[in-house]
Design a protein around this ligand. Structure first.
Ligand SMILES: NC(=O)c1ccc[n+]([C@@H]2O[C@H](COP(=O)([O-])OP(=O)(O)OC[C@H]3O[C@@H](n4cnc5c(N)ncnc54)[C@H](OP(=O)(O)O)[C@@H]3O)[C@@H](O)[C@H]2O)c1
Length: 192
């Protein structure tokens, strides 16, 4: 049995993972259904895998956050408390994260090993360049995209799949949250 690996990512309709504008982490479109669904997904037993870039962004946002900040939403707190592997050659521990270890090396080797050894499913949030590399290596079983109802042609940054390989996608699940956001779960296969 190998552990499954899910790439979980938030996206604008035009495929950006972040924005330089004043939109907020969910582009201002979160609602109770989305937040409850996120908490349910993260309540499952699993191991997180982060790239060093995403770890640094979260650590910085948490350090600067107040009680009301989005980065302290219940599902994020739950995500932060899950066991985590941060893949990095430049970070050295201890990390400012409850249960994280640094795996030094390339993500493809680290995740191939984790998939063999982990007794729980693996999940990654964000970690865009790391997940593009893992998808190209055929290690990503599920791409779970939450599509927020915005177009950010002026302020979009970090095109999620720019520079990725080509993939055919099999749609496995879809749901509408709060009547406006879409969660789509796909199985990717390299397009040859
Ligand atoms: N849209 C979303 O859902 C979402 C969620 C969270 C974050 N984000 C955003 O995503 C961005 C972070 O993504 P990122 O792409 O900059 O960084 P990342 O993928 O989080 O981290 C990249 C780092 O991971 C390590 N790594 C190890 N093997 C790798 C491989 N084969 N390929 C790539 N990286 C590998 C390297 O660390 P070393 O250099 O230390 O070795 C590399 O610099 C931030 O802007 C953040 O705000 C988006």
């Amino acid at each position: 049995m190998t552990a499954t690996y899910t790439f979980d990512v938030f996206s604008s309709l035009d495929g950006f993972g972040t924005t330089s504008g004043n939109w907020g982490g969910y582009w201002g479109k979160q609602g109770p259904e989305l937040l409850a669904h996120r908490l349910a997904v993260y309540s499952e037993e699993q191991r997180m895998v982060f790239g060093a870039g995403t770890y640094r962004v979260f650590a910085r946002m948490l350090a600067a956050s107040t009680e009301e900040s989005e980065v302290r939403d219940a599902w994020v707190t739950r995500m932060r408390n899950l066991p985590a592997t941060v893949v990095s050659r430049t970070l050295d521990g201890p990390l400012d994260w409850p249960d994280a270890t640094v795996a030094s090396g390339d993500a493809v080797e680290v995740v191939a090993r984790l998939k063999k050894e982990s007794e729980v499913p693996l999940r990654s949030h964000g970690s865009l360049s790391l997940n593009r590399a893992l998808m190209a290596a055929g290690l990503v079983d599920f791409v779970q995209v939450t599509l927020f109802p915005v177009i950010t042609g002026q302020t979009g940054t970090e095109p999620i799949f720019q520079g990725a390989a080509d993939f055919d996608l099999e749609l496995l699940e879809s749901r509408t949250l709060d009547g406006r956001s879409q969660e789509l779960i796909y199985r990717p296969t390299l397009h040859v």
